[in-house]
Design a protein around this ligand. Structure first.
Ligand code: GUN
Length: 297
């Protein structure tokens, strides 16, 4: 690996190792942490992601249970399952894998998860707490994971210019809010760019930390990056590649080979942000269990 590559896999492993004593303490007090996954339909990527999250739970000794529901599941049926999971005292976290089939209104679904079990941080109460800087909620896992990556690689956030590309509810919007809070490991000047932004390149060139989360394959080119900047690639895009065995391959939102030569630090893809999202999900689940058992550490 090049010296400037941020190794998300090993940092995620550190985060997960740090959870082990907290999980052991919960078990010793008779409160083993539990997490429910709900997957609707047969989206291939979702199957892979939920599988990785199940494995992380198994590796850490967190109890998990997965509900697989058919593509044609109605919104009412899904809400009924969530109602049941909300009332199950063995489960401290509930994760409904996104994307949901188009006939299901995702905002209805995320609002139906008990905010105290919303380890994804998607419920309006937890989003609202994030906006207010109230730390009693849950922060969405990918934004939380990106901040943790920066902290654990000693990349200064305070006072820097952060440019976030993409205003999605899962990454861009919550990350922009998180990094501009008047708090430790934040307090940055954040610019949130999107499809309506004029002269996007000029914004990118001012970034000390540039986060690409817009879902456009290899959008960020070397001439958009300030030399020495930190570049974080959140994108997972499947592009066709006749030379690949499957006819396609995964690329990020950053043209890695070229940008890597300009950036001070850069996340690889895969092996950057993805493992951190899972690690923060584990952390939120442990936190939810600690809160439920009345002993937050
Ligand atoms: N799909 C992509 N990222 C996420 C995530 O963080 N949580 C859920 N539930 N679905 C996702």
């Amino acid at each position: 690996m090049f010296a400037n590559i941020i190794d998300g896999r090993s940092i995620a492993l550190q985060v997960q190792q740090d959870l082990l004593p907290r999980i052991a303490a919960l078990k010793a007090r008779g409160h083993p942490p539990g997490l429910a996954f709900v997957r609707v339909g047969e989206d291939l990527a979702s199957k892979v992601y939920v599988g990785r999250k199940e494995k992380a739970c198994a590796d850490l000794g967190i109890y998990s249970k997965t509900h697989v529901m058919a593509e044609k599941t109605t919104e009412a049926e899904l809400l009924q399952v969530l109602h049941r999971l909300n009332g199950d005292v063995a489960l401290h976290g509930i994760l409904v894998q996104s994307p949901l089939p188009s006939h299901i209104r995702s905002e209805r679904v995320y609002s139906a998860v008990n905010p105290d079990k919303d380890v994804d941080g998607f419920h309006p109460v937890n989003m609202g707490k994030l906006v207010l800087g109230d730390t009693t909620g849950f922060i969405a896992c990918t934004p939380a994971g990106i901040r943790e990556l920066l902290i654990r690689t000693d990349i200064k956030i305070q006072g820097t210019n952060v440019v976030v590309l993409g205003r999605g509810n899962i990454v861009g919007k919550p990350l922009a809010i998180l990094l501009c809070q008047k708090q430790k490991h934040a307090n940055a000047t954040v610019t949130l760019c999107h499809s309506g932004t004029r002269d996007l390149k000029a914004h990118c060139l001012r970034a000390d930390i540039l986060v690409a989360a817009m879902g456009v394959p290899e959008f960020v080119r070397a001439d958009m990056v300030k030399p020495g900047a930190t570049v974080v690639d959140v994108g997972v895009n499947r592009v066709s590649d006749p030379s690949a065995k499957t006819g396609s391959r995964l690329v990020g939102d950053v043209a890695f080979d070229a940008v890597q030569k300009i950036a001070g630090r850069i996340t690889p893809n895969p092996g950057g942000v993805g493992p951190m999202t899972i690690a923060m999900l584990m952390q939120n689940t442990v936190l939810a269990a600690e809160r439920a058992s009345g002993r937050e550490t």
